[in-house]
Design a protein around this ligand. Sequence first.
Ligand SMILES: Nc1ncnc2c1ncn2[C@@H]1O[C@H](COP(=O)(O)OP(=O)(O)OP(=O)(O)O)[C@@H](O)[C@H]1O
Length: 250
Amino acid sequence: MTKLEEQARWVKTGGAIAASGVWFSYPNRPAILQDLSFSILPRERVGLIGSNGAGKTTLFLTICGLLSPTGGTLTLLGKPIIKGEFRPEIGLVFQNPDDQLFCASVRDDVAFGAENLGLDPEEVDRRVHQALSATGVLPLIDRVPHQLSGGEKCMVAIASVLVMHPKVMLYDEPSANLDLRARRRLIRFLQQSQQTLAIASHDLEMILEVCDRVLLLDRGQVVADGKPQTIMSDRTLMETNGLEVPLSLT
Ligand SMILES: Nc1ncnc2c1ncn2[C@@H]1O[C@H](COP(=O)(O)OP(=O)(O)OP(=O)(O)O)[C@@H](O)[C@H]1O
């Protein structure tokens, strides 16, 4: 099946992620997500951009079932997302790796997700090695996570999600706080990823390098959806929504 045929098939089922008229408010607060509708096809790499407070993280938390929309529907791979339901098909990499790593060793942290799937110890071990190899940090397997550098923690946190073999990965600000070398390693890794990707970031140059599509969010609404170069080089659109045209496009 060609990529186009595969995508046509997925359009009928809602794609990898489909949001239809989604609303969300934190208790006693104005709406953060307002009537959001979009769909992401399998193996698309979508950048989610928008100024501080636009609702990017909130959207990710609803897609993962950690928050329940106050209106509308969300589906993952054609099945409704229900708050609290464990869906190993989707993985979220938090902005701060310290929110993701809490065990005494890298091995234990990465094994945690696979053990929760009820896999036998040999399969867990196989997956741990595979996830750490894919992220390029296998030599860190016996290290204590909180003693790692920011860049190392970032890749271990990604491995701790990959170990569950998700089809869809959500990355919240993955390049925040990384130095040049660690950021480059992350970009190369994301470019080679086989999953459907949604990446929320203020690092617009990284989005340009990794993503084939961008959703621009402002005050909980999708105000633009299209090719990264087209959206990010539109100075009026970017500045109206609190962003700047990235240097490489000026
Ligand atoms: N637990 C919470 N309770 C109340 N309000 C919240 C909560 N979490 C986030 N918010 C508010 O929701 C709005 C959207 O926040 P969110 O973190 O989703 O935005 P964002 O686009 O990810 O921002 P940033 O780019 O700064 O990470 C903000 O105004 C924020 O203050």
